[in-house]
Ligand binder design. Structure first.
Ligand code: GEK
Length: 244
């Protein structure tokens, strides 16, 4: 695995963060060292998705990157047939995903789509995954996407949403941020790397509070919502379209 050294040297100015080839080459190292419980959350989401997948429906992975969720899902679903649409607007990400798929046997069909997730036509899904990606959309576009996700789900369908979050109380938010930067330092990032990455993500990754996510999900129609995983400023949410 290539080591993420993107911000190891001083940059002046620090350009806004992009999912380009340089990022794709170090992506797994970057996520493993920058997202607390990343592997745990991917593995459990793959298990939840496999347990909720309904035959003759689709799974959408919106912001699929290089396929970590999709490949974990293939392991969980074993020999069962399925149809997944994996969407990302970074071509280098999708190229890597395609190469990884070519190296293995998959029991179902995974379609890789180079498209903005805001314009994808969503249909007849039992599972939708938006893992660490809603946070990159303009805030004004988030309600429409979540409403559309709810509309496309069949009864019993689920949305798996993972996001970096902020706390509504400033003092608590500072504490959570501090622990996050401590986590990154423990994983070998220097203070310069941490602060340059923070600058690169300014106005690119815009996190919201858990309360805002819950309200949006409820207003979109989801009647069962749970934060099933939480680590300081990261949260994984399970939202269900139930009958009652
Ligand atoms: C994982 N889910 O490993 N349309 C399509 N793709 C987009 C858009 C958009 N509007 N905005 C961002 N992306 C993955 C991790 S990474 C999170 C997701 C991170 C894509 C972008 O190209 C990138 O691949 C992904 O969303 C976000 O489970 O790196 O922090």
């Amino acid at each position: 695995m290539n080591k993420d050294k993107i911000y190891a040297e001083p940059r002046e100015p620090v350009a806004p963060f992009e999912f380009n080839r340089q990022v794709v080459e170090v992506f797994d190292d970057m996520l493993g060292r920058s997202v607390p419980l990343y592997h745990e959350s991917i593995r459990r989401q793959a298990q939840i998705a496999a347990s909720r997948y309904q035959p003759a429906t689709r799974i959408y992975d919106l912001g699929c990157s290089n396929g970590n969720f999709g490949l974990a899902f293939c392991d969980e679903i074993a020999a069962q047939d399925f149809e997944m649409v994996a969407v990302d607007n970074s071509v280098p990400m999708l190229t890597t995903y395609g190469q990884r798929l070519a190296e293995r046997t998959v029991s179902g069909h995974i379609q890789l789509l180079d498209q903005d997730i805001r314009t994808v036509e969503l249909n007849r899904a039992s599972v939708v995954v938006i893992n660490l990606t809603l946070q990159f959309l303009p805030v004004a576009d988030r309600d429409a996407l979540i409403r559309d996700v709810y509309r496309c789900l069949v009864p019993g369908g689920v949305l798996l949403l993972t996001e970096k979050v902020v706390h509504e109380n400033a003092e608590m938010n500072d504490l959570e941020q501090d622990f996050y930067y401590r986590f990154k330092a423990e994983n070998g990032y220097s203070q310069m790397e941490i602060s340059q990455k923070r600058e690169a993500l300014e106005n690119v990754l815009v996190p919201e509070s858990i309360e805002v996510h819950q309200q949006r999900l409820q207003q979109s129609g989801f009647n069962a919502v749970d934060v099933w995983l939480k680590w300081f400023n990261f949260a994984s949410i399970l939202a269900m379209k139930t009958d009652g």
